[in-house]
Design a protein. Structure first.
Length: 455
């Protein structure tokens, strides 16, 4: 007779907020799976529900509280973790029945809280963790988190007060994780942190041995090593750098992009261009020569995509400041831009700044910046029509009922998942799957997306 094991407890997970939070959720789930827990896709089947919250903006807090409320109503056995977990009193006041509240990155505490709420079945005989850990993102792309916290004190941001100062991971640990991810099927690595250019500043760029050579905990060394990873078929993964501030050493990674070792893509959250607004924001690497450097980067690597985000309506922003930003954008010709209306965040220094911008003015500036950046994006994408570009497939469609043709949603090197555009493909043929990388002819473009066919 076969041995019958008791059913393993099941965990439900609600993950809110940014990709960084997703990485935390993945880590927690990986640990719980290795402790013998199973996952539940719905509230009803879960013994405990974990809500991984985000507390960055007041609107994110609202969303987090709503998610906790929903989990309480649907299941009732809820553990709260993540950024909002640092406000345990507020959560307990609203939801006295929550089983436990733990803060951001307190992996052990969350796992212990789950053990207390629903003890694991001892002696699980099987290793439940697939190589590379459990991932909530599709298997073909993975976020690689290189540090926690931030040494800057931007006046609109409360992340340093929630997450503390910069703590960088060891370079060999980062590279080992990246290597494992790639050998487990990841085709695209997305490097994330609060400030990727500052990686290793806290450890004085401590070098470690990696593959018989000394590698520093430094963005340039890391980028060079990541660019040398190969999958089982000997192919290089795409490697994308996010949250990069334009410190001088960023110039050193541009040649790596030109050589094809790094995806020619930089995500630099400029937030503004006007010197007085940048000063009031206390932004890092705020210097006047950025436009010259962008021109130089494009001279070295003409295909580089620069993505950024901007805040309009920051306290004290005048019409002249805003016009400066629009003119700057005309010059910079950034490929991808996200814009936000300034929103005060509880606890942020910026809230006390004079010169609050009326909502109607914020809205009007928001519309103007969106119009400007959409026009730049449309022109840049139109210039790609007729070119042959590599794409990575995110999803393959079902065969068309009439002619059997198959379409797919893919991305070019200019598109990071979830935040940028897509390349919609026709007639991809049979046998394609998510993560495949191949060349396509770009046939059409609109404001944000491209359309193409495999060559
Ligand atoms: S760089 Fe500024 S905005 Fe980014 S996490 Fe640090 S303080 Fe916040």
């Amino acid at each position: 007779m076969a041995t019958k094991f008791p059913d393993a407890p099941k965990i439900g997970m609600v993950s809110l907020g940014c990709p960084k939070n997703l990485v935390d959720s993945e880590r927690i789930l990986t640990k719980l799976r290795s402790d013998g827990y199973q996952m539940s896709a719905d509230y009803a089947g879960a013994d405990v529900v974990l809500v991984n919250t985000c507390g960055f903006l007041d609107s994110a807090k609202e969303e987090s509280l709503e998610a906790i409320g929903e989990a309480m109503a649907e299941n009732g056995r809820v553990i709260v973790t993540g950024c909002m977990g640092d406000e345990a009193e507020l959560i307990r006041a609203k939801f006295p029945q929550v089983l436990a509240v733990t803060g951001a990155h307190q992996y052990e505490q969350v796992v212990n809280a789950v053990h207390d709420a629903s003890p694991p079945i001892p002696n699980a005989f099987v290793d439940l963790v697939p190589e590379g850990g459990l991932k909530l993102t599709p298997r073909h792309y993975s976020y690689l988190k290189i540090s926690e916290g931030c040494n800057h004190r931007c006046s609109f941001c409360i992340i340093p007060s929630i997450r503390g100062d910069l703590v960088s991971r060891r370079i060999d640990a980062v590279l080992r994780e990246a290597e494992k991810l790639v050998s487990a099927g990841t085709k695209e690595l997305l490097v994330i942190s609060q400030d990727t250019s500052a990686y290793g500043v806290d450890t004085r760029h401590e070098p470690r041995q990696w593959k018989g050579r000394e590698v520093r905990a430094h963005m340039t060394d890391m980028a060079r090593e990541l660019g040398q990873l190969r999958d089982a078929d000997g192919k290089a993964p795409w490697v994308r750098l996010h949250y990069v501030y334009p410190y001088p050493h960023v110039d050193q990674v541009i040649p790596l992009m030109a050589q094809g070792l790094l995806t020619p893509y930089l995500d630099i959250p400029f937030q503004h261009a006007s010197p007085s607004v940048l000063k009031a924001m206390k932004r890092p690497a705020n210097e006047a020569k950025v436009l010259d450097r962008i021109h130089k980067w494009r001279a070295i690597c003409p295909d580089i995509t620069i993505r950024s985000s901007f805040v309009v309506g920051f306290p004290g922003e005048t019409e002249a400041d805003f016009q400066y930003l629009l003119d700057w954008l005309d010059e910079a010709q950034l490929d991808r831009v996200g814009a936000f209306r300034f929103e005060p965040v509880e606890g942020a220094a910026a809230n006390a700044l004079p010169g609050a911008v009326p909502e109607a003015v914020k809205e009007e500036r928001y519309q103007r910046i969106m119009e400007k950046t959409a026009a730049i994006s449309a022109a840049k994408l139109a210039a790609k029509v007729g070119r042959v570009l590599p794409v990575i497939v995110d999803e393959v469609g079902e065969p068309d009922e009439e002619d059997g043709s198959i379409g797919a949603t893919a991305r070019s090197q200019a598109d990071a998942p979830e935040i940028d555009g897509n390349v919609f493909l026709r007639d991809v043929g049979e046998g394609r799957k998510a993560g495949d990388i191949f060349d396509v002819l770009i046939e059409d473009a609109d404001e944000h997306d491209l359309y193409g066919v495999p060559v």
